[in-house]
Design a protein around this ligand. Structure first.
Ligand code: NAP
Length: 343
């Protein structure tokens, strides 16, 4: 009998510091055959996200790590190839937690159909998916921006940050981005319509940020941590809100870098300025998913929320692309195009 072959990428070893390509291993696998109550999915798009660095580590976290020898975790947009599962038919396009592999069996858990008439299906992994939802819920429910306020967001050209600034603008706030390099900063202002963008690699970043925020900062959407947080913190206004979404500057760090801010300075400012800092994981806001899809789909259709994708072709490119994402080499939502749809 002819067995068709697919490919999968496994976690080979836990990275120390920056991941190496050898921490991940690609291998052939037989394409599985769906049994009763199952469907066979073929991966079209694999999402690469900063949280994957955390899953490669066994340090204590809010989520279980990927085990050594296990397929790397990841969300995909996949095509149903064969189905013995009610409600799914060959040719359907679904969002699925298939992981880093060309094919996967699914019993429908954490899977939902995507309507290709709303937007290109890849957006279900970006602006209309988990990163967009993170921006929407974190900004609106925790940040609560008001018209005329100043909203600052780091990693501003990326999947989450780009949506944060544009939604802040829709709410009538001033949006100031922080991004790495002149090209990303130009894009954030010229294409996304932010009021200003500061290059976090510029030596006088803190002074430039202060000049770009003459009325201080009312909402800081924190994606990065480290030196960027230290530049933002003194500029926070009374009653400022800080949705703490990510800390990508430290994801590859084996030891926490020493900072200039002292704990007592931070806690004193929290008290005297009556700051609200709230960490969140996007799944905390599952009840807001319907509102998110309704609002952001409409804003994308109307051209009020724009997005950019950074695409590499072929599953075998995923390890290198994840390493690049953690270095800031991606420009927009990082995606791997694994295959084209068959139907
Ligand atoms: N809490 C949640 O539920 C949740 C959900 C989704 C994402 N997140 C977090 O949101 C953040 C953004 O995620 P994303 O998917 O939108 O990724 P992304 O912004 O598309 O890509 C990551 C970006 O982070 C920036 N970066 C990397 N190292 C940095 C450093 N040392 N200092 C400053 N910036 C650095 C780079 O942009 P520059 O070139 O501009 O520096 C890079 O392009 C991440 O921290 C992620 O973990 C959290």
């Amino acid at each position: 009998m002819n067995v068709s072959l697919g490919k999968r990428i496994l976690l080979a070893s836990r990275p120390v510091g920056e991941p190496k390509e050898s921490d991940l291993r690609i291998e052939d696998m037989p394409v599985p055959v769906p049994g009763p109550g199952e469907m066979l999915l073929r991966t079209l798009w694999l999402s690469l996200d900063p949280y994957m660095r955390g899953r490669m580590s066994d340090a204590p976290s809010y989520a279980t790590p990927v085990a050594i020898g296990q397929v790397m975790e990841g969300r995909t947009v996949s095509e149903v190839v064969a189905s013995h599962l009610q409600g799914y038919a060959p040719g359907d396009i679904v969002l699925s937690p298939s992981g880093w592999q060309t094919h996967a069996l699914s019993q429908g858990r954490l899977t939902r159909k995507i309507d290709p008439s709303i937007a290109p299906v890849s957006t279900a992994l970006g602006v209309l998916g988990m990163p967009g939802m993170t921006a929407y819920a974190g900004l609106l429910d925790i940040g609560q921006p008001k018209a005329g306020e100043t909203v600052v967001v780091s990693a501003a050209s990326g999947a989450v940050g780009s949506a944060v600034g544009q939604i802040a603008k829709i709410r009538g706030a001033r949006a100031v981005g922080i991004a790495g390099g002149p090209a990303k900063c130009r894009y954030v202002v010229d294409e996304l319509g932010f009021d200003a963008c500061i290059d976090h690699r510029a030596p006088d970043m803190a002074a430039r940020l202060k000049a770009a925020c003459p009325d201080g900062i009312d909402v800081y959407f924190e994606n990065v941590g480290g030196a960027v947080f230290e530049a933002v913190f003194p500029l926070l206004n009374n009653f400022a809100r800080v949705p703490v979404c990510g800390q990508i500057a430290t994801y590859n760090a084996s030891e926490m870098p020493a900072g200039r801010l002292l704990t007592s300075q931070v806690t004193r400012a929290i008290l005297t300025k009556r700051l609200t800092l709230r960490g969140f994981i996007v799944t905390d806001f599952a009840a807001r998913h319907g509102d998110f899809l309704r609002d952001v789909s409409a804003w994308v259709r109307e051209g009020r929320v724009r997005y950019r994708e950074d695409v590499v072709d072929g599953l075998e490119k995923a390890p290198r692309a994840l390493i690049g994402l953690l270095r800031g080499e991606n420009f927009g939502k990082m995606l791997v195009r694994v295959a084209a749809p068959e139907r």
